[in-house]
Design a protein around this ligand. Structure first.
Ligand code: PEP
Ligand code: MN
Length: 338
């Protein structure tokens, strides 16, 4: 971290600040130029509040040299993280597709979709039991009963289950029942929830908030990693923009950018990113080409009557077709479907 002082800064105050920073354990490198006086702080600045420095009347600006996230930083973890979810690998050359309906609606719906997506090559099963809906009058999910149904679908197919947990209280009650805990876009900065999943050792699928920067996403991942849980998957699911043609805008460049900054696997959700079922295939192909480690795709046997997100859900037959097409893209990218 570099601290630049104002031109007319009082030298006694600068000396006091330097002393207090040295007391905190930082090594201080000074640079005097004709038009500037600055110091470089060497040491772990992640716990130093830059606001505390900016608040000083003698300080002109504070410049960061390193990223504020450490445990999520590729600089300190050069190798890709390979996650193992019940034998299904994700990351470091292993590509996994998580598929299933937006919401669990019934046992027959879930088991039928689970069997189809497994036959098509999906590695994990998705399905929301607790749904974050914009309207309190919309279907809120089946709750605990939905989780029981997911477990039945897992027993039938062997597919690990990925499902959203929305609150700390749900986490305490149900975390045992889930293989991958999904933290939804709306909860990406629910720091209490992040701290709690950080205390588990279960994989966490962390979705990017719809207005979150990549650094904010990585800082949220840092919360989980800082608690000791190193099993985090990042998910790009589209961000808010001014255009109205699609539900969100898929930020595809987020994939290579994230992969350069972190060792954590990055997957793409083309369903929520576009909101339109016919765009799921082209965006899935694009995600593979961009270097994603996996996809999470909404598949429904009867989209016209889905209780949630039917318009962005593809039918099992379409999913099967997509998986076949993706095979060639995965070969080009040197990825192994898992
Ligand atoms: C979902 O995956 O069901 C979901 C609600 O996604 P997001 O949090 O990205 O909106
Ligand atoms: Mn959905």
């Amino acid at each position: 971290m570099i601290v630049v002082f104002k031109k007319d800064a009082d030298i006694k105050e600068i000396e006091l600040l330097k002393k207090s920073l040295a007391k905190k354990g930082f090594h201080i490198h000074e640079s005097h130029g004709e038009n500037h006086y600055l110091i470089g702080l060497v040491g772990d600045t992640s716990k130093l509040d830059p606001g505390m420095l900016r608040a000083q009347t003698i300080v002109d600006k504070v410049v960061f040299v390193q990223e504020p996230y450490k445990k999520a930083n590729r600089r300190f973890n050069p190798e890709d993280l390979v996650l193992d979810v019940d034998g299904h690998k994700l990351g470091g050359g292993f590509f996994s597709v998580i598929a299933g309906p937006c919401s669990v609606e019934s046992r027959s719906q879930m088991v039928s979709i689970a069997n189809s997506v497994k036959a098509s090559g999906a590695g994990m099963l998705r399905g929301g039991a607790f749904k974050p809906r914009s309207s309190p009058y919309s279907f809120q999910g089946m709750g605990a009963e939905g989780l029981d149904i997911l477990i039945e679908a897992k027993k039938e197919t062997g597919l690990p289950i990925v499902t959203e947990i929305m609150s700390v209280s749900q986490l305490e009650k149900y975390h045992d029942m889930v293989d991958v805990i999904q933290i939804g876009a709306r909860n990406m900065q629910n720091f209490d929830l992040l701290k709690e999943v950080g205390m588990l050792r279960k994989p966490v699928l962390l979705k990017r908030g719809m207005s979150a920067t990549l650094e904010e996403l990585l800082m949220s991942a840092e919360y989980v990693l800082a608690g000791g849980n190193s099993n985090v998957i990042l998910c790009e699911r589209g961000i808010r923009s001014f255009q109205k043609e699609t539900r969100n805008v898929l930020d595809l460049s987020a994939v290579p950018v994230l992969k350069s900054k972190t060792h954590l696997p990055v997957i793409v959700d083309p369903s929520h990113a576009t909101g339109i079922w016919s765009l799921v295939e082209p965006m899935s192909k694009a995600a593979v080409a961009a270097g994603a480690d996996g996809l999470i795709i909404e598949v429904h046997n009867d989209p016209n009557n889905a209780l949630c997100d039917g318009d962005q859900s593809i039918k099992p037959e379409k999913f099967d077709c997509l998986m076949k097409k993706l095979e060639k893209y995965l070969v080009l990218e040197n990825k192994l479907l898992n």
